[in-house]
Ligand binder design. Structure first.
Ligand code: SF4
Length: 313
């Protein structure tokens, strides 16, 4: 059976995990964020409270004049430097991190949809931009997965984010063992998941681990980590999933009777046309892998890339 999941270390905007830190003092109730927070190691952050602002407080807006600035609406107090310093200090102190779940639309935390006012020759226009903290974080951790709460409500974006954070934690732990065997086992477990994201990078990773004799291990680990994370950063398409599912179906097609074969082929075609969900196909294939005790598939992270509690349709 596949081994237990490693616990990802995830930075959350504190207001998404029920902390009363918002400018208006209100709590946000986000069920999925709370569920996810129970299954990962949560690192909470509220940049605005982090720079000493009270709750409640005068809201901040982003303005573009000579440069991008964060100012408090009422008083025009410029908080840009304080927020930048807090962000750099906080992010520099992070030892290990597998993902970020940040609050959308916030002038501090938004990934790309904070409202900003552009002032140009007394004309005012509205644009969208990232928050001050989020911008520093994305620059510092280009290979780490980021989402906002709306991304977690969208099946494919949530799927991609969850695959990345759980894989990143497992990769991190395998590398920390410093063991060649653990790296090889990880590579085997992730074969189909990597194939769904990037067949070309899977090939490169395969080459890397097939050549370990006499190699400098720390160099191999570092290259493997970069390639693995790059592969998983590619959003898989339905076509690539279909290709992987066909490979997996190949393990059962000669073991099932005609009626089951028709059922499985229909399920694959329904997935291809968009009328069956990935979760449904994965669950069905997992049952067949158990029924026929196909250990190689039972070990594949592709069929269960993150805890069942987080699965959606
Ligand atoms: S969005 Fe960010 S800055 Fe605003 S309350 Fe939430 S954690 Fe704090």
């Amino acid at each position: 059976m596949a081994q237990a999941f490693s616990k990802p270390k995830v930075v959350f905007s504190a207001c998404l995990v029920s902390e009363p830190v918002r400018y208006n003092g209100k709590r946000i109730k986000d069920e999925f964020c709370e569920k996810l927070a129970r299954l990962v190691d949560v690192i909470r952050v509220c940049p605005e409270v982090g720079i000493g602002l009270p709750v409640p407080r005068d809201p901040i807006v982003i303005v573009f004049d000579e440069k991008k600035r964060a100012v408090q609406k009422e008083t025009d107090r410029d908080l840009t430097e304080a927020l930048l310093k807090f962000s750099v200090d906080f992010l520099d102190a992070l030892d290990k991190v597998d993902g970020f779940v940040l609050k959308g639309k916030s002038p501090s935390c938004a990934l790309r949809d904070a409202i900003a006012y552009r002032l140009c020759e007394s004309k005012r226009s509205v644009v969208k931009t990232s928050g001050i903290f989020a911008e520093v974080a994305m620059e510092k951790f280009p290979q780490v997965a980021f989402t906002d709460e709306s991304g977690l409500k969208h099946f494919w974006r949530r799927e991609h984010f969850l695959c990345r954070i759980f894989a990143s934690a497992e990769l991190r732990e395998a590398i920390e063992t410093g063991s060649k065997t653990e790296l090889l086992k990880l590579h085997e477990r992730y074969k189909y998941l990597l194939m769904a994201h990037s067949p070309s990078l899977l090939k490169k990773l395969g080459k890397l681990v097939s050549n370990l004799k006499g190699a400098e291990l720390s160099e191999i680990f570092s290259q493997y980590k970069d390639l693995f994370r790059s592969a998983l950063s590619v959003q898989p398409t339905r076509g690539k999933h279909f290709n992987v599912l066909q490979h997996i179906y190949g393990y059962f097609k000669d073991r099932v009777d005609e009626k089951e074969k028709r059922k499985l082929v229909k399920l694959l075609n329904d997935f291809s046309s968009g009328s069956a969900s990935l979760t449904k196909v994965r669950r069905t294939f997992m049952l067949y892998a158990e029924k026929f005790n196909v250990e190689y598939l039972l070990n594949q992270r592709y069929l269960r890339p993150y805890p069942e509690e987080l699965e959606g349709l």
